[in-house]
Design a protein around this ligand. Structure first.
Ligand code: GLC
Length: 717
C-alpha cells in the first residue's frame, strides 16, 4: 500500500496497480504513514475494511440505493444493475456510488474508487460494524476530512469535479411515456398541455421513434420530416428529448454497426470477435466506451439528431442491460429439452425455471466479454460500473465538440461517481407504489452527496398503474426535484396530468404551476450548489445539530431557505412533522393565494389536504418566487416576489444567468443580494443588484414571529 496526500483534507491509499477510472485527476504526494485511518484492513485476493461504528453514528451517502438516508442496517452492492423491481431487499440499483460519510463520534468521508463489485455491509451482518469488501486488491481509497457534513461533501466534490449544469428549460416540467408511437401522438400530447393550460417544457421520445431500435436513426414512417417536426414542436413550446441505448444493432449496412466493426470499437469476446448480446433490437454489439476513440466516434453520432434541432438526450440500458446471450439462451433451451416429458420435482422444476429467469443480466455473461484498455484486454465485470459513465461521458464530450458553449440536457440511467461532471441521472424503472415516493425522498439527498444534483425519479412511477392521488402527491414532491419528469411504461395506465378527472387534473396543474413559480429559487439554489460544491437537497442533520434532526428521514431541506414535508401515504390528510426551529408555513393550493402561519418548533401533526403542498420557510430565510408561464423561456421575471420569515435578519443571494451557455464560468451571471433586518417598528430592506440585468421590481411579504405580514416593494432602477 502506498499513501498519498492529495491535499490537506484528502488522503489516498493505493493498493496494487488499479485500473484508471479518470474520476480523480490529482496524483498527490507520497507520504509515510502507518495503516489506514479509522479502519482495520484485511488484504488477500480481495480487500476488506472494517470500522466499528458507535451506537449513534449515522452512515450517509451511497447515492442511488435502497432503504434510508441513514444506511445502517443494510447491505448494498455496487454493481450497476438493470433490475426494475426496486423492493427494499435489493442490494443494487442502476448506479454505483461508492462514497459514504460517517457522522458521529468520528466524522469523515470515504470513497472507494474501484469499478468492479464493492459490497457495503453497514451493520447488516455484524450490527456494529461497517464492512467494505472490494472484489480485488487493486484499488484507490480516498479518506476525506471535514468538520461539517457540508465540508466533507465539498472536499469530496473538489476531488471529483464540477457538477453538470443543464439548460434552464430543463428545470421545467417534462412529460415522457414509453409508447408515444408516432408524430401524431406526440403532437396530441403537446396539445393536451396547451388545451388544458398546463405548463410543460419537453416531451420525450422513447425507443418508439427509432427505426428497429437502432441508435441515431429515426423511423421515416412514424416520424416523417423529423427536422420539420422538431421545429414545429419547438414553436409550440416543446423540446423533444430522444433516448439513446447502449447496444448497437447488428445489421448489415447500418452505419453505426459497420463503422464500429471496421474500427474495432466494440467490446470483444474471448476470441477477440465483437461480443454479441441481445437487447431491444435483438442481437447487438456494445461500444467499448473505455476506448477514447470509440467514445469520440459515438459521441459525435449524436450530431445526427442535433442537426435536426434536438437539444437533449437520455442515455439508457447502459449498465449495460443484457436480455440474453446466445450462450445463455442455448443453455436454457437445452435444459428445457432435457426436462421435456419428465416428472419434475420441486428442485428440478425450480432449476429449470431459474435457467430462464436468470437469462438477463447474468454474471457469466458479464464475465465473458472484454474491453481494450491501454493495449490490454480487461474483463468486463472488473470495470462494469464504468460502462454507463463512459457512455455518458462520450455524449457530453461529443456535445462539447459539436457546440462548445451550448448546454444540453443529458441524463443517464447507469452511473458511477464522477459522471456528475457530464450529466444528471434518473433513478430508473420504479413502480407506481406509494413506497416509491418515500424511497425517492430518501434517495435525493444521498445522490446529492455523491455529486448528482440534476436528478429525479419517474414521477408517478414507471411500472404498474397509478391512480390520480398518487400522481398528485408524487408531483407535490417532484416539483422540488431539479429533474421533474412524469414517465410510465408501455401498457400501463396513462398518467399525463390530463389523464384523470377534472378535479385531479386541476390539482396537478396547480402543482406544476407552483413549480414554475419556484423556478427562480430552484435555479438559483441549484446553481449556487454547483458553484460552491454543495448539495441542493439535504437531510436536516446538515443544518441542525439536535438529536431529533439526525433521525428524520421523511423531510428534506431544499436549498438554503426551505424545508419540505411531502405526504407519501395513500388517503392521508396530513402527517407528522418535526420542526427543529420555528418556521413559516405556506400551504399552497394555488400559488396566487398566499396565507401564512408561524409554526413553533417541535413535533406537530400537520393537516395537508390533497390539493395542498406544504412549504416551510426557515427562520430568517427567504423564498424567491417568479411568475408562472407555459414554459421556462416564457417566464417573465422582471418582477420577483419574496416571502421572508424574519425575526432578526435574513440575507439571500439570488443567482441567475443566461440559462443556456457556460458563460457563467467566466463570471457572466447576475446576482442580487437581498438583506432584510428587523428594526423596532419595521424592516430595513437592502437590495444590492451586483450584476443584475433583468429584475426591475421586488415585492416583499415579510412575516414576523407573530405572523404579522408587512408588504413592501423595492424598485431596482
Ligand atoms: C428502460 C428504461 C425506461 C424506458 C424503457 C424503454 O426500461 O429504464 O425508462 O422507457 O427502457 O426504452
Amino acid at each position: 500500500m502506498k499513501i498519498y496526500e492529495i491535499n490537506k483534507e484528502v488522503i489516498k491509499y493505493r493498493f496494487g496497480n488499479p485500473i484508471s477510472t479518470d474520476v480523480v485527476m490529482e496524483k498527490g504526494i507520497e507520504i509515510k504513514k502507518e495503516g489506514i485511518d479509522f479502519f482495520q484492513l484485511e488484504k488477500g485476493e480481495s480487500i476488506k475494511l472494517s470500522y466499528k461504528m458507535y451506537p449513534d453514528d449515522l452512515v450517509l451517502g451511497l447515492g442511488e440505493n435502497q432503504r434510508g438516508m441513514n444506511k445502517r442496517g443494510g447491505i448494498y452492492e455496487s454493481f450497476c444493475s438493470d433490475d426494475p423491481l426496486h423492493t427494499s431487499d435489493k442490494k443494487s440499483l442502476y448506479g454505483a456510488h461508492n462514497f459514504l460519510i460517517i457522522e458521529g463520534t468520528d466524522k469523515f468521508g470515504i470513497f472507494i474508487d474501484y469499478p468492479g463489485k464493492v459490497t457495503f455491509d453497514v451493520g447488516f451482518t455484524h450490527k456494529d460494524y461497517l464492512e467494505i469488501l472490494i472484489d480485488d486488491n487493486h484499488v484507490d481509497i480516498y479518506m476525506i476530512k471535514g468538520d461539517q457534513l457540508r465540508e466533507i461533501v465539498k472536499n469530496f466534490l473538489k476531488l471529483t469535479g464540477d457538477g453538470y449544469v443543464p439548460p434552464k428549460w430543463a428545470f421545467g416540467y417534462q412529460q415522457c411515456r414509453w409508447s408515444y408511437k408516432d408524430a401524431n401522438e406526440v403532437e396530441k400530447i403537446a396539445d393536451g398541455f396547451l388545451k388544458n393550460d398546463i405548463p410543460c417544457d419537453t416531451i420525450y421520445l422513447d425507443i418508439d421513434y427509432m427505426e428497429d431500435f437502432k441508435d441515431f436513426t429515426i423511423s421515416e414512417e412514424r416520424f416523417p420530416n423529423f427536422k420539420g417536426f422538431v421545429k414545429n414542436m419547438k414553436e409550440k413550446g416543446f423540446r423533444l428529448i430522444p433516448i439513446i441505448d447502449a447496444g448497437v444493432k447488428i445489421e448489415k449496412d447500418y452505419d453505426v454497426y459497420e463503422e464500429g466493426v471496421k474500427n474495432n470499437y466494440f467490446c470483444v469476446d474471448e476470441n477477440e470477435k465483437p461480443f454479441v448480446a441481445a437487447v431491444w433490437p435483438g442481437r447487438v454489439h456494445f461500444p467499448d466506451f473505455s476506448n477514447p476513440d470509440a467514445r469520440r466516434w459515438f459521441g459525435l453520432k449524436y450530431k445526427n439528431l442535433i442537426d435536426c434541432g434536438i437539444e437533449g438526450f437520455w442515455n439508457d440500458m447502459n449498465e449495460p442491460a443484457i436480455f440474453y446471450t446466445d450462450r445463455g439462451l442455448k443453455k436454457a433451451i437445452e435444459h428445457a429439452k432435457t426436462s421435456e416429458n419428465e416428472n419434475l420435482d420441486i428442485y428440478t422444476f425450480f432449476g429449470l425455471k431459474d435457467s430462464f429467469m436468470n437469462l438477463s443480466n447474468n454474471m457469466e455473461d458479464y464475465k465473458s466479454f472484454y474491453h481494450r484498455m491501454d493495449g490490454e484486454l480487461v474483463r468486463h465485470d472488473q470495470v462494469h460500473n464504468l460502462y454507463g459513465y463512459n457512455m455518458t461521458r462520450a455524449a457530453a464530450e461529443g456535445f462539447r465538440e459539436i457546440a462548445p458553449n451550448k448546454r444540453f440536457l443529458l441524463f443517464s440511467r447507469s452511473s458511477y461517481i464522477g459522471m456528475h461532471r457530464y450529466s444528471g441521472i434518473w433513478t430508473g424503472d420504479n413502480h407506481s407504489w406509494w413506497e416509491h415516493i418515500l424511497l425517492n425522498i430518501k434517495m435525493m439527498p444521498s445522490l446529492n452527496m455523491c455529486g448528482f444534483l440534476y436528478s429525479g425519479a419517474d414521477t408517478g412511477g414507471f411500472n404498474g398503474d397509478a391512480n390520480a392521488e398518487l400522481i398528485i402527491r408524487w408531483s407535490q414532491f417532484s416539483l422540488f426535484t431539479p429533474l421533474f419528469r412524469n414517465h410510465s411504461a408501455m401498457g400501463t395506465r396513462n398518467q399525463e396530468p390530463f389523464s384523470f378527472d377534472q378535479e385531479s387534473k386541476n390539482m396537478i396543474k396547480n402543482t406544476i404551476k407552483l413549480r414554475y413559480v419556484l423556478i427562480p429559487y430552484i435555479y438559483s439554489e441549484y446553481m449556487k450548489a454547483i458553484i460552491n460544491k454543495n448539495v441542493y437537497f439535504a437531510p436536516l442533520v446538515f443544518e441542525y445539530d439536535d438529536e431529533m434532526s439526525k433521525r428524520v428521514e421523511n423531510q428534506l431541506l431544499v436549498g438554503d431557505s426551505l424545508m419540505i414535508t411531502p405526504v407519501y401515504e395513500e388517503n392521508a390528510k396530513g402527517r407528522t412533522v418535526y420542526l427543529p426551529e420555528d418556521m413559516l408555513l405556506w400551504k399552497v393550493e394555488d400559488y396566487r393565494n398566499k396565507s401564512y402561519q408561524v409554526v413553533k418548533k417541535g413535533h406537530i401533526y400537520l393537516d395537508v389536504d390533497l390539493k395542498e403542498t406544504p412549504i416551510f420557510i426557515r427562520k430568517n430565510k427567504m423564498l424567491i418566487l417568479g411568475e408562472s408561464a407555459n414554459n421556462v423561456e416564457n417566464i417573465d421575471n422582471r418582477e420577483l416576489h419574496v416571502i421572508a420569515f424574519v425575526t432578526e435578519k435574513a440575507k439571500y443571494s439570488y443567482y441567475d444567468d443566461d440559462g443556456k451557455s457556460y458563460d457563467y464560468k467566466n463570471g457572466k451571471y447576475s446576482e442580487i443580494i437581498i438583506e432584510i433586518e428587523k428594526t423596532d417598528e419595521a424592516y430595513d430592506i437592502k437590495v444590492d443588484p451586483r450584476e443584475n440585468e433583468k429584475v426591475e421590481k421586488i415585492h416583499f411579504e415579510i412575516i414576523d414571529s407573530n405572523g404579522n405580514v408587512t408588504k413592501k416593494m423595492v424598485e431596482l432602477y
